[in-house]
Design a protein around this ligand. Sequence first.
Ligand SMILES: Nc1ncnc2c1ncn2[C@@H]1O[C@H](COP(=O)(O)OP(=O)(O)OP(=O)(O)O)[C@@H](O)[C@H]1O
Ligand SMILES: O=C(O)C1=C[C@@H](O)[C@@H](O)[C@H](O)C1
Ligand SMILES: [Mg+2]
Length: 270
Amino acid sequence: MKSIHETRNEINQLDQQVSKLLKERFLLLDKVLEYKILKEEQIENLQREKEVIENIASGSDKYDYHLKEIYHKIVEQSKSYQWHLLLKENIYIIGFMAVGKTTLGKTLSQKIQWEFLDTDLSIEEREQRKVKDIFKESGEDYFRDLEAKVIQDIHEDWIRDNDKKIIACGGGVILNPENVRTMKKNGVIVYLEGDINTIYNRISLNDSRPLLSEAKDLKRRVETLLESRQNLYREIADITLFVGEETPKELVGSLIQELEHYERKRSLSE
Ligand SMILES: Nc1ncnc2c1ncn2[C@@H]1O[C@H](COP(=O)(O)OP(=O)(O)OP(=O)(O)O)[C@@H](O)[C@H]1O
Ligand SMILES: O=C(O)C1=C[C@@H](O)[C@@H](O)[C@H](O)C1
Ligand SMILES: [Mg+2]
């Protein structure tokens, strides 16, 4: 009988072969992506995914369940790899308070497996206090300086490591032109546009927003603030996504389609 040492050596050798083959498989994806860009096909192709998994496991032996699980992961990573190749910059999600930036950003991050950062949460972590308390105790200017610092840090990560993230921005990030210039240098800007009723309904779920907390007529205050910012959001957006009845998953589907279209156009014009 083989010793455990010999058996483990054999496993190690097989793992070397598997990882070499997987690398070769990834290399072929560069060609697949070239084809998809040319033919304007989307990276995700559910029919092809089904075929790949059926090809590898017919369901007739005791390893099939495990092989399928492994292949689901391979397919997921194959898509993630292609999105990394195609999408070359940070993805900034901007828009009015409560329109759904954080929800969309997190859902997109799960789908394409990129790191997610929320500028408001990042500030709260640094300060160890809530945005509402920062406004109350230190003032809006202090908060805006912290916000600009977060945008600058994202830029530095990008320069240093070519690190790509999905960033849900605070509603007022775009008020500082320096933030906008920096975001434009390293990212694609997605404006999540909602109508007043959708926004107002979502705002009503949570009353912790400092710029709204003193308002006597909340809906009027939201309307005025939205009107004063709407054009700026629209002007700086590379992609605009309208928010209505769609679930976060549906919105992510549309966003990926728009992002792929945007990057495809750019890569063909380079
Ligand atoms: N697609 C959606 N459908 C229904 N409800 C949603 C959707 N997206 C977000 N919401 C809800 O709307 C509210 C605000 O969402 P979210 O926190 O993502 O918005 P935000 O733009 O990040 O807001 P904030 O101004 O706090 O940063 C939450 O209660 C969330 O569950
Ligand atoms: O719209 C705004 O100006 C703000 C939006 C929030 O995300 C927070 O960044 C803060 O409450 C200010
Ligand atoms: Mg948010």
